[in-house]
Design a protein around this ligand. Structure first.
Ligand code: ADP
Ligand code: MG
Ligand code: MG
Length: 879
């Protein structure tokens, strides 16, 4: 027997996600638990991989296996595919290993054709229902399999409703639907030049292929890239007997959560539509009823559903997001998965489940997605400003947070405007998966229609973007690009503010204040801190950033970029004088000014960190970022330096580098001009001595870091200058201050000679931005423009500057850590660089055995949680 590609629900279980996809595995699991799941089978992800390997065809043996299982399904249900007397209708559903909500396409009611629909009408005694199902099938099949534009069908539906003077789909009668079916088929023929396929077997196999293809559609690719899902996984296809929520008023379909996905409140929560099918709820076309109303109208169904929901939550030990359908008063479960949730809800649910004794603290820490924390740390509106703000509307608070921006009415404009550096709020009737890219980059999203489980709401919560939904008072004039709301007219480009936690929309731009952290946040982060083995530091140069980082739980500063301490106008002049000085005297004069600034700034940073360790990175100004460009500035500089403008311009010209990123920067500057390192050393040591005088109990030991070392000689030379200057200051002050001299590991060569460097250095800090740049030979400043082609062509799946390239750059780090710890066991090694706040990279650093990661202040909580999750799941090397 060959390889098995198809599995009945009864042959699978919840642990088979890789093979059956999340949806297929959970349907199998629910079947195993004896829950009411319509029968079906799943074609595995391996079949999807084979489909692509075989040049986008389904191999004959897989084809045969699918139809063998279809016969089994016929046997189990007592219905027959394509048989007008008792037809089996199926849904064809996609499902990847990781849930990709709304990213892929589902086809319902497959198996209908002109004859079957007539038999189906007879059998159900409901002709209207049969034709409603048929027109839905043609619509979905044409869209998903044949890519006929959706709007064509929407247009016909709208026209028919208009002609009949009705508003809702449900008000159309059988004759309307028959007409619509005919018109739909004509549209299909116009687009494809052939008749709509009548053979259910062809329908089925074409649908399976379409699901496989949808794995590679642009929105799925975009979702994968933004969520770090490898394209090699593939999707499974589930074929399932249809049950019908559109059979009348004792039928319906909906979605429910075991707890509130926005707040985490422990309350059965959901929405459903009477006499509806499939995505009607999510598409937000009609406003749904709440699950509480189900309790009133169908108490027994409600009771049964509630029990199943509880059981599923206990079974998976996590909040569940379920899809269900009621056919003539009978409940069917169509899906369950661990529900997406806001950060606030994630924290509350994790803490509550521990409290309820359902999970361990470790599991609770794993339940919260570190990236999600971002949204918690973001701003809220200033309560003072809210008092006088012009309130436009209060609608559904679909995804929390405060945002303001300029109004745009479509995703393309959003993308365009954001590219121009603007902040936008996307305003739409409802959103669909095509809008995802525009939604991602918007500050917030307002929709006229749709509930808490609408596409806009679900996606926004996933992205941590604020969203207000169901703003039904709003009238959008899309063509003329304005909307009316509460007597106001708001044009494209006008500012509005919105609060996704309260559902309020305001006119104009409102000021915001920083978020404050909930008790659940503090509890869970406390657990995380107790599990993690790496320390978390922050990259900060201003006292404000340092204080913010400390507030977020940073245990030190891993990177003070001293050149960033000169960004203020008055200070940058001193820096420029230093860079442009052509003689010792002028340089010393500039350095003396810098010395004063530096000492003051270091004192403030040390104070803000309350005695936690601080690593000061010596000046590393890529020259092109610091040379003056404006005429006025050049004149002022020339004056100050006693030079003519013409002469200064010549100096500037002479300093221009062809390749500044690999130019005269980092320790190379200190090799040419050791007085720069001397000045910085004096400033740091004096500041440390002063701060220690004020706080005798703070026992901190400043860490002095030499950047961009590639050769041992460089480090030795600069270190000698530093040690001489530091010891002089210390002995002069009669102090017992201890300091450390370490190095940044950011050239590939430094990692290759890590054993030599370890002998000289008191600590290492991997500068993964430069290390990535130089290992790939990819310019940090220029790569973004052409990396898109790499993603499109699947050469890169992730941005190596955002997520550490474990296979290449990571190997250099692993080797350096191993070699260095052999020379100096326990050597302190950290990383500073964008990767320090990226959860996947943090996991890698944990496994490498690094002492700490350092990241930007707002990412400190993310790093704390990611480090804890890594510690719970993976052992460390070289420690
Ligand atoms: P998605 O992954 O986008 O949620 P699904 O495969 O879950 O897509 O299908 C969407 C909806 O279609 C389901 O929530 C359900 O309402 C409906 N559906 C799918 N399969 C069936 C079925 N066999 N019977 C009735 N409704 C179905
Ligand atoms: Mg679903
Ligand atoms: Mg660097």
């Amino acid at each position: 027997m060959g390889k098995k590609y198809v599995y009945l629900f009864s042959e699978g279980n919840g642990s088979m996600r890789e093979l059956l996809g999340g949806k297929g595995a959970n349907l199998a699991e629910m079947t195993g638990l004896g829950m009411p799941v319509p029968q079906g089978f799943t074609v595995s992800t391996e079949a999807c991989t084979r489909y692509y390997e075989d040049g986008k065809t389904i191999a004959p043996e897989i084809n045969d296996e699918i139809f063998e299982y279809l016969s089994k399904l016929e046997g189990m249900t007592g219905k027959k595919f394509g048989d007008p007397k008792n037809p089996l209708l199926v849904s064809v559903r996609s499902g990847a290993r990781a849930s990709m909500p709304g990213m892929m396409d589902t086809i319902l009611n497959l198996g209908l054709n002109d004859e079957v629909v007539v038999g189906f009408a007879k059998l159900t005694g409901n002709e209207r229902f049969a034709f409603d199902s048929y027109r839905r099938f043609i619509q979905m099949y044409s869209d998903v399999v044949s890519e006929v534009p959706k709007e064509e069908f929407e247009k016909i539906l709208d026209e028919q409703k208009k002609a009949r003077g009705v508003v809702m789909d449900t008000e159309l009668d059988t004759e309307d639907l028959k007409l619509i079916v005919e018109r739909f088929k004509r549209v299909y023929k116009t687009y494809l030049g052939k008749e709509f396929p009548t053979d259910p077997k062809i329908q089925l196999i074409e649908a399976v292929k379409a699901v496989f293809r949808s794995w590679d559609n642009p929105r799925a690719i975009y979702y994968r890239r933004t969520n770090g899902i490898p394209s090699s996984w593939g999707t499974a296809v589930t074929v399932q007997m249809m049950v019908f929520g559109n059979m009348g008023n004792d039928s319906g379909t909906g979605v429910a959560f075991t707890r509130n996905p926005a707040t985490g409140e422990k309350k059965f929560y959901g929405e459903f539509l009477v006499n509806a099918q499939g995505e009607d709820v999510v598409a937000g076309i009609r406003t749904p009823k709440t699950i509480a109303e189900l309790k009133d109208t169908m108490p027994e169904v409600y009771e049964q559903f509630w029990k199943i929901a509880q059981r599923l939550e206990d079974h998976y030990a996590d909040m569940q997001d379920m899809e269900f359908t009621i056919e003539h008063g009978k409940l069917y479960m169509l899906q369950t998965r661990n529900g997406k949730r806001t950060a606030a809800a994630a924290l509350k649910i994790a803490c509550d489940l521990v409290q309820e004794g359902k999970i361990t603290k470790e599991k609770a820490v794993l339940l919260v997605d570190p990236k999600n924390l971002d949204s918690l740390l973001h701003n809220q509106f200033d309560p003072e400003a809210l008092k006088t703000a012009e309130l436009l509307a209060t609608a559904l608070p679909a995804s929390p947070g405060a945002a303001c921006g300029q109004v745009v009415f479509d995703a393309e404009s959003a993308a365009q405007w954001v590219k121009e550096g603007k902040k936008v709020v996307l305003v739409r009737h409802e959103t669909s998966p095509e809008d995802i890219e525009g939604m991602h980059i918007s500050e917030g999203i307002v929709t006229v229609r749709g509930g808490m489980t609408s596409h806009a709401a679900v996606v926004a919560r996933g992205l941590g973007i604020c969203c207000v939904a169901s703003c039904s008072g709003m009238v959008i004039h899309e063509d003329q690009k304005f909307f009316e709301l509460s007597g106001h007219i708001v044009h494209e480009g006008d500012y509005i503010s919105m609060d996704g936690s309260t559902g309020k929309v305001y006119l104009g731009k409102l000021p915001t204040v920083s978020a404050n952290m909930s008790a659940d946040y503090i509890t869970l982060m406390g657990w995380a801190d107790s599990f993690r083995q790496m320390q978390i530091r922050a990259n900060a140069e201003t006292p404000e950033d340092a204080a913010q980082a400390y507030h977020f739980g940073a245990e030190g500063i891993g990177l003070v970029r001293t050149e960033h301490m000169f960004f203020e106008k008055s200070k940058i002049r001193a820096m420029r004088e230093m860079i442009l000085a052509r003689d010792e005297e002028t340089r010393q004069k500039a350095l003396d000014k810098m010395h004063v600034y530096q000492r003051e700034d270091f004192e403030k940073v040390f104070e803000a960190m309350e005695g936690e360790p601080v690593t000061v990175r010596y000046l590393d100004p890529p020259l092109h970022e610091f040379l003056p460009k404006e005429e006025e500035e050049i004149e002022a500089l020339a004056n100050e330096m006693g030079m003519t403008v013409v002469r200064l311009k010549k100096v500037i010209e002479s300093l221009k580098e062809v390749n500044p990123m690999m130019g005269h920067r980092g320790c190379r500057l200190a090799v040419s001009y050791p007085e720069i390192a001397v000045m910085q050393t004096q400033a740091v040591i004096e500041a440390a001595i002063n701060v220690r005088k004020r706080h005798p109990s703070w026992n901190f030991e400043p860490e002095l870091m030499v950047p961009l070392v590639a050769d041992l000689g460089e480090l030795k030379f600069v270190k000698a200058a530093i040690v001489r200057a530091a010891d002089e200051v210390i002995s002069h002050a009669n102090s017992d201050l201890v300091y450390h001299v370490g190095t940044m590991m950011e050239t590939p060569r430094s990692t290759l000679i890590a054993d030599q460097i370890a002998k000289e250095a008191d600590f290492f800090s991997f500068g993964t931005n430069d290390l990535t740049q130089m290992t790939f030979g990819l310019s940090r400043d220029d790569a973004a423009s052409f990396l898109n082609a790499y993603y499109d062509r699947k050469i890169f799946e992730l941005d190596p500057f955002a997520t550490l390239d474990a296979g290449g750059v990571g190997q250099l780090i692993q080797k350096a850590v191993r070699d260095a710890r052999e020379i100096k066991p326990g050597l302190k090694m950290g990383i500073c660089g964008e990767h320090g706040g990226d959860p996947a990279s943090v996991e890698f650093f944990h496994r490498c055995g690094l002492t700490y990661v350092s990241c930007s202040p707002y990412r400190v909580p993310i790093a704390r949680l990611a480090a804890a999750q890594a510690a719970i799941q993976y052992p460390r090397e070289n420690v």
